[in-house]
Write a protein that binds this ligand. Sequence first.
Ligand SMILES: *[C@@H]1O[C@H](CO)[C@@H](O)[C@H](O)[C@H]1NC(C)=O
Ligand SMILES: *[C@@H]1O[C@H](CO)[C@@H](O)[C@H](O)[C@H]1NC(C)=O
Ligand SMILES: *[C@@H]1O[C@H](CO)[C@@H](O)[C@H](O)[C@H]1NC(C)=O
Length: 291
Amino acid sequence: MGSGSAVKWLPFWWLVVGVCFVYGGSFYEDFEITWGGERAKIFNSGRLLSLSLDKLSGSGFQSKKTYLFGRIDMQLKLVAGNSAGTVTAYYLSSQGPSHDEIDFEFLGNLSGDPYILHTNVFTQGKGNREQQFYLWFDPTKNFHTYSIIWNPQQIIFSVDNYPIREFRNAEAMGVPFPKTQPMRIYSSLWNADDWATRGGLVKTDWTNAPFTAYYRNFNATACTAADCSKSWSSFSGSSAQTYQLDAFGRRRLRWVQKYFMIYNYCNDLKRFPQGLPPECNHSSKFLSHPQ
Ligand SMILES: *[C@@H]1O[C@H](CO)[C@@H](O)[C@H](O)[C@H]1NC(C)=O
Ligand SMILES: *[C@@H]1O[C@H](CO)[C@@H](O)[C@H](O)[C@H]1NC(C)=O
Ligand SMILES: *[C@@H]1O[C@H](CO)[C@@H](O)[C@H](O)[C@H]1NC(C)=O
């Protein structure tokens, strides 16, 4: 079942994915500030970026390039102190009504209370695949690495190299997988106190404004859509292209899911009375892969 559909799309994927390159550049080179004016800043010769939020506005940036598969790492240090009501979103997204999207969203909280890391995957415009986690550290004290490893087999979300979520290619079960629409990297910090913290019960305390989040050490080992026309050998040779969780990675994933996952749509029978989405079927773990 699995290999049949893999064979159908594999040749197409070869056409789409050309070259890939590895770089860890500067924020000036790789990103542009898209809103919030002075609230978004690039400094330290392009090595550090900050977003801030005050009562008038949040701020945001996006990558200049679009990416199709790869490994994308960014270090973030989240809004410190009382961050209740604020949301820091960091995600990949394509455009249009049937867009694909891979989301990290950090939901702020009162001082001393845990942040929630909210994740979602949209394929062909459809999301509703939330998983939420607490973190095993205070994400406001230091920088931590948040990565997306996206290849034709699966999407892995990881935090400091601990995989926290895996979204496997389940096209064989009729679930679309993001594989043709290049995505840009986006990030923004905004006020969402109508829902973000305890369902909107806790409001943003503007006496703490401005709220600031920091970014550094961006790396992408990815195929950039603009340069995908040459040879694809460097990408096919990169570890991101064939990356899969090994036994060690699986153990770490299980550890995170056991102790830190606080919501999983795949366990939410109330929400899906007609049956859970097909990718939630545990047998999808054993789908064959296209190599
Ligand atoms: C904030 O902390 C409270 C208390 O620990 C917790 O119930 C809540 O889920 C946390 N996060 C958000 C986003 O509400
Ligand atoms: C990006 O790569 C550089 C050089 O290999 C490394 O020092 C840095 O920690 C990497 N950044 C992340 C977020 O992994
Ligand atoms: C889940 O997998 C089993 C075994 O492959 C299959 O019989 C069943 O129909 C699947 N269920 C869904 C909802 O896809």
